[in-house]
Write a protein that binds this ligand. Structure first.
Ligand SMILES: CC(C)(COP(=O)(O)OP(=O)(O)OC[C@H]1O[C@@H](n2cnc3c(N)ncnc32)[C@H](O)[C@@H]1OP(=O)(O)O)[C@@H](O)C(=O)NCCC(=O)NCCS
Length: 137
């Protein structure tokens, strides 16, 4: 968990995200909450003893069958652009398909490299959907 959270902060503090996690503990709590979800499923790819790619998500028993919602997907900063994300996504989707899942859903930002990555990996944008956020006082 600590290694995952450290990598998570490192990746998402960098371009194009520039997230500013208030502490390592906050990230550990966040990832821990994902993992404690009873319908959590996650995948980690390692090179030797180092984690290089992570996919964390959860099952949704939707009307058309089970779908997998990707909460977090990331590759170690220096390893990005070398096909690891594609390999990871291929592994995750074939594993999910063989376990009866019918589709994979996720949110990402528009016009960033991740969007191109997902489009290249068979995802389609759903223009009918929007994300609404209300910041509380
Ligand atoms: C998005 C991400 C998971 C893709 O994994 P990856 O191993 O870098 O991607 P691959 O090497 O398999 O595929 C490369 C393609 O992905 C896209 N891409 C996305 N991010 C990239 C990056 N940082 N470097 C290079 N290509 C990137 C490009 O379209 C590229 O295609 P190209 O080689 O034809 O230009 C990874 O770059 C990453 O972790 N980025 C930061 C975190 C993030 O954005 N996660 C997704 C949040 S929803």
């Amino acid at each position: 968990m600590d290694e995952c959270a450290e990598l998570f902060i490192k990746v998402f503090s960098a371009d194009p995200w520039y997230d500013n996690w208030i502490s390592l503990l906050q990230a550990i709590n966040y990832l821990g909450e994902l993992i404690e979800n009873p319908v959590f499923e996650g995948f980690v790819a390692c090179e030797g003893s180092n984690i290089v790619a992570v996919c964390l998500g959860h099952r949704r028993s939707w009307w058309l069958g089970n779908e997998f919602f990707v909460d977090e997907f990331f590759v170690e900063n220096k390893k990005q652009g070398n096909g690891i994300g594609t390999k990871m996504m291929d592994y995750v989707t074939s594993n999910l398909a063989s376990n009866g899942y019918v589709r994979v859903i996720l949110l990402t930002n528009k016009d960033i490299p991740a969007e191109s990555f997902y489009l290249k990996n068979g995802f389609k944008n759903n223009p009918r959907r929007t994300v609404l956020v209300k910041t509380l006082p």
